[in-house]
Write a new protein. Structure first.
Length: 285
């Protein structure tokens, strides 16, 4: 899966976002360059009104920063500030064409992400690095149906930051960590041989009383323009949140208390696993 270049605000309906982006792309040209308006000052006023209105509406689906950034190019600033003259007409036309193209591109990005998740029957989970490293069973042998207490299909999302964390851990000074990280990476690499397509980790199993659905694994890619958060745990949560408008409920699985609290604060579903400490030795006295 490739996430769109701009993430939706939490709890925004992705379908509504696609409809808004398409509507703005279709109408902003006529609004910014209305028929019958010829005076350059009036043309600039129409442009400013159309772009300001569009930015305000986009703030309902994107963060204020991301919505404003769509209209913060040098040509836009020049149109708004420079002395009115004949040069403004071509500049307005060119900038409006670019804005409409950006909006159309964004609508396609979000629509493509939404289409990937048309079937929402699977439980969608993101495992943080601790699960790959600390679960009693190695990644290939984890019983995800038992872990999640469900029998239906399971879809494991692997943000690229997790891949990079495992790559770092496979050179750890701890032999067990090296092996667990290298094993998880090898399994992911073996199953996903045609990214961004998903890979099959475990096929469906027909048991006597029920069917255990398939378990698939999928890497979550970002566009090169994506800027990661400086703390990897924050980035994992951020990417899980970014998937929710398309995937529905995403469950973050972790052994780490801090990570669990981060995810709960971000309104993710959280499964906090436990490493029970060994029982204390009996008192010899």
């Amino acid at each position: 899966m490739i996430l769109p270049t701009i993430s939706l605000r939490p709890n925004v309906d992705a379908g509504e976002a696609v409809r808004l982006l398409k509507e703005r792309a279709d109408n902003i040209v006529s609004e910014a360059q209305p028929a019958g308006v010829s005076h350059i000052v009036d043309r600039r006023n129409a442009y400013v009104n159309a772009t300001t209105t569009t930015e305000k509406r986009l703030r309902t689906i994107f963060s204020m920063h991301d919505a404003a950034a769509l209209f913060d190019g040098p040509r836009h600033r020049d149109i708004c500030s420079m002395t009115a003259g004949e040069q403004l007409g071509p500049m307005i036309s060119a900038e409006i064409d670019d804005i409409a193209h950006r909006l159309n591109t964004l609508s396609m990005e979000h629509d493509n992400a939404l289409r990937i998740w048309e079937d929402r029957n699977a439980a969608v989970v993101v495992l943080d690095s601790t699960v790959y490293m600390e679960h009693p069973n190695k990644f290939e042998d984890v019983d995800f149906h038992e872990m999640l207490n469900r029998s239906g299909p399971v879809r494991i999302l692997v943000p690229m930051v997790v891949i990079d964390e495992l790559d770092r851990l496979k050179t750890s000074g701890d032999p067990k960590k090296r092996w667990r990280a290298a094993h998880a990476l090898a399994v992911i690499d073996d199953r996903i041989d045609n990214p961004p397509s998903l890979g099959l980790l475990h096929d469906a199993v027909h048991e006597s009383a029920r069917i255990r659905g398939p378990v698939v694994v999928e890497i979550v890619f970002d566009f090169p323009s994506h800027l990661r958060l400086p703390v990897p745990d924050d980035e994992i949560v951020d990417r899980a949140v970014a998937c929710q408008p398309y995937a529905g409920t995403v469950t973050l699985v972790t052994y780490d208390t801090g990570q669990a609290q981060r995810a709960r604060m971000a309104r993710l579903n959280v499964l906090k696993l436990r490493n029970d400490p060994p029982a204390p030795a009996p008192d010899a006295s």
